[in-house]
Design a protein around this ligand. Structure first.
Ligand SMILES: Nc1nc2c(ncn2[C@@H]2O[C@H](COP(=O)(O)OP(=O)(O)O)[C@@H](O)[C@H]2O)c(=O)[nH]1
Ligand SMILES: [Mg+2]
Length: 454
């Protein structure tokens, strides 16, 4: 990755908007800004927005009045000279401006390249860079809060004392290797064993938060299944609080799967409304039924909807057979109707049975609670620092393993070299979380998951 060049990207989403922001970073940023405002003396005060006319360099026509903000190196997000142009949000205008900037010896930024530069210039560490990405991708408020904690450096602050303590063990071990002929004295072994077990426990505690953290970031996929007309689309709409799916009393109305993310206690739940499962002659509906089968197979939980105003039908039983032992719960809909009954399901079923009415909203809170219950008690509202990233989780588990191996070797009075090897591994794994010991190809893999312009 070359850092000597100047990069440019649209930092706001493509499409029409009130304002569109173009960002430049690198040594030529100010020079390029001077060119497009057609003023060689243009020297904006750093960190202050200036309203300027920007020009088409070829035709000399004024293109827009834009707010230009200059962030002087090293006091910018990337640590380099940065120019931000806040223009009116016309895609044509923004495209033209970027094309002009590209003729002035800048190049288009790759995904996450601004953040990568911030990392390379020591403005943030790797876990903070990942937090920037997670903040942008967050699907619920709780996920935003977690990403913001990581961005503030909470993860690196938790890990730093662990790394320091590891060094405190490594240094005397190394010197005993050099200077002492005999084995380590028992007191020293006891002390090291004690601090190793404390460190392992700290790492374990953090590793264990991944279950909740993973859920918070990646959420759950919940598929609604049931024969036509039981009220799947109505339940879908009620859980979303919107009229997203078409509801009619004509069986087979929903032909394709629809999905939307809804936040349940801060956890993003991808709800999938399906065509339902039934045998039909209708070609389009049959394709929908096929998709339902696939959605059922790869969801975390299946919400089987039954119509409590009628006795169970053969089709209902087919759906239940289809779901089989997959994780599911039964929502018995239309509890507002006179003829409603749970059909003896409570006594029979081995999974939760929840009476609901999509029409009145009765039982929907219980349903939300039951959806989350197998995954997270109490949601993620007031959780402490959580590990949300699979990469971090993997590295923490490896750290744990390395520490345990070292402790075992120490107990067996193996040579110091062997004990040290595990400690160095642990240190390296922790360093990969914050980026000190992360290799180039891992870095490029991580940054490939960023959006362009960030
Ligand atoms: N009384 C009553 N009718 C409902 C309820 N939920 C859905 N319905 C009706 O049942 C019919 C089928 O609903 P829909 O959501 O399209 O079912 P789907 O085919 O399973 O998606 C429609 O006429 C709805 O108005 C409910 O809780 N109570
Ligand atoms: Mg439907």
């Amino acid at each position: 990755m070359q850092l000597a060049d100047t990069i440019v990207a649209l930092s706001t989403p493509p499409g029409r908007s009130g304002i569109g922001v173009i960002r430049l970073s690198g040594p030529r940023s100010l020079e390029i800004a001077r060119a497009i405002v057609c003023d060689e003396q243009f020297t904006p005060e750093p960190n202050h927005a200036r309203l300027q006319t920007v020009y088409d360099l070829e035709s000399r026509d004024a293109l827009d009045r834009a707010l230009i903000t200059y962030f002087k190196a090293p006091h910018s997000f990337t640590g380099e000279d940065v120019i931000e142009l806040s223009c009116h949000g016309s895609p044509v205008l923004l495209r033209r401006l970027i094309d002009l900037v590209l003729t002035l010896d800048a190049r288009l930024a790759g995904p996450g390249e601004f953040t990568l530069r911030a990392l390379s210039n020591g403005r943030i560490n790797l876990s903070q860079a990942e937090a920037v990405r997670d903040l942008i991708n967050a699907q619920t408020e709780s996920a935003i809060k977690q990403a913001a904690r990581q961005l503030r450096g909470e993860l690196s602050n938790y890990l730093q004392p662990i790394k320091d303590a590891l060094l405190d063990i490594i240094v005397p071990l190394e010197s005993s290797l050099e200077f002492v002929e005999d084995d380590l004295p028992d007191v020293a072994v006891g002390r090291i064993t004690q601090s190793l077990s404390e460190l392992t426990e700290k790492v374990e505690r953090l590793t264990a938060t991944f279950r909740a953290g993973h859920l918070l970031k990646d959420g759950l996929k919940v598929t609604l299944a049931g024969r036509p007309n039981v009220g799947k689309s109505s339940v879908f709409n009620s859980l979303l609080s919107s009229e997203r799916a078409i509801v009619t009393d004509v069986p087979g109305t929903t032909r394709d799967s629809l999905s939307e993310v809804v936040s349940i206690e801060g956890i993003p739940v991808l709800l999938v409304d399906t065509a339902g499962v039934r045998t039909t002659e209708d070609k389009v509906e049959n394709l929908g039924v096929e998709r339902t089968r696939r959605a059922i197979a790869d969801s975390d939980l299946i919400l089987v909807i039954l119509d409590g105003s009628e006795p169970l039908t053969v089709e209902d039983k087919e759906v239940l057979a289809e779901v089989g032992d997959l994780p599911h719960l039964l929502a018995v809909n239309k509890s507002d109707l006179e003829s409603f009954s749970l059909n003896g399901l409570l006594a029979e079923a081995s999974v939760p049975v929840i009476p609901i009415s999509a029409k009145t909203g009765a039982g929907l809170d219980e349903l939300r609670g039951a959806i989350l219950k197998p995954f997270a008690e109490g949601g993620a509202r007031d959780a402490g620092l959580l590990i949300t990233d699979a990469r971090h989780h993997d590295l923490l588990r490896r750290t744990q393993g390395a520490l345990q191996t070292s402790a075992l070797l120490l107990e067996q009075r193996a040579s110091e070299e062997l004990v040290l090897a595990g400690l160095y591994d642990a240190l390296r794994f922790l360093g990969q979380i914050t980026g000190e010991t992360t290799t180039e190809d891992i870095l490029s893999q991580i940054f490939a998951t960023f959006c362009i312009g960030k």
